[in-house]
Design a protein around this ligand. Structure first.
Ligand code: ADP
Length: 282
């Protein structure tokens, strides 16, 4: 019998508890002993499992089940959030996915509490919501660039924990993934954007400036992990230098979350035999 390339469940291998970001190796593949070839093969297989589970979630949502899954993706530029959306989320039925990207708040958003725009995009029952950046920007970029005073951002950790408690109590399973790419790999990915005409659109000159802020971002990410990884909404820390591993790991995290819902196909709301007879006679 083939042995699994996973030495432990991904939820344990990537769990943020007690992690020191200063000691993280972004090219590591925690818990996974296989290489790219095996990882890529496994990804194709596991994507089908994910897709099947997602269809069950969607079917139950159609039948009134209020439960949902919310994938929260955080990471510096080039960490691969877009790749997760395209390759992992792209493998499931788009009608069951609600994708929301959060950039610099608009003038209208700025007039509201920072959770206002977040609440508007929460997934409905049966959906997988995907947050490409999230309310965590309000303790990351906002903290690093002093966009509000420290007493304001520092109160947000507890507030976010309470907010997420509410979401979980209302039936949403949160899968929070913080992606970390090394400065070298980030440089390589940014260079690629400058060297390829089809990647210019992804390049933002400000991304180069942000590189100098990495130590401040690391502190902000560390505080985020320390203060907002809870038993009901834990953070997972994803070393993101290897794209195939990122995609495989997030696929497994979503499979774990959906499996935890113990989903079955909703029962027929009609008499199956009677409908078969009617169909045959039609
Ligand atoms: P991306 O760079 O992910 O492709 P965008 O260019 O649309 O996407 O916007 C992302 C930018 O918006 C990032 O620089 C991020 O830090 C910033 N941003 C997101 N949320 C906030 C916020 N609440 N306050 C200030 N800046 C934010």
């Amino acid at each position: 019998m083939a042995t699994s390339p996973w030495s432990e469940p991904v939820t344990q291998a990537l769990r943020a508890d007690g992690i020191e970001l200063a000691a993280l190796h972004p090219s590591a593949t925690p818990g996974f002993s296989g290489g790219k070839t095996e990882g890529t093969r496994l990804l194709a297989e596991r994507s089908r499992v994910l897709s099947n589970l997602q269809e069950k979630l969607f079917a139950n949502g159609r039948s009134g089940d209020a439960r949902s899954v919310l994938l929260v993706l955080q990471g510096m530029d080039t960490a691969g959030k877009g790749g997760i959306v395209r390759h992992v989320i792209g493998s499931v039925d788009p009608q069951g996915v609600d994708h929301a990207a959060f950039g610099v708040p608009t003038a209208e958003e700025q007039r509201h509490h920072y959770l206002w725009r977040i609440r508007k995009r929460l997934p409905r029952g049966g959906q997988i919501g995907v947050f490409d950046r999230s309310h965590y920007e309000d303790v990351l970029v906002v903290r690093v660039h002093n966009l509000v005073p420290p007493e304001v951002w520092s109160a947000r950790y507890d507030e976010i924990n309470e907010f997420e408690r509410e979401l979980v109590d209302a039936g949403t399973t949160l899968v929070k993934v913080a992606m970390f790419v090394s400065l070298d790999e980030q440089k390589r990915r940014l260079a690629e954007r400058l060297n390829r005409r089809d990647k210019y659109w992804k390049f933002n000159p400000a991304d180069i400036d942000e590189r100098a802020f990495w130590p401040a971002y690391r502190d902000a990410y560390q505080a985020m992990l320390d203060r907002t990884s809870t038993d009901y909404a834990p953070w997972y820390v994803l070393p993101a230098d290897r794209k195939w591993f990122s995609r495989l790991a997030v696929t497994e995290l979503l499979i774990d979350a959906l499996s935890g819902l113990d989903l079955d196909w909703p029962p027929a709301r009609f008499d199956v035999e009677e409908q078969k007879r009617r169909l045959a006679a039609s």
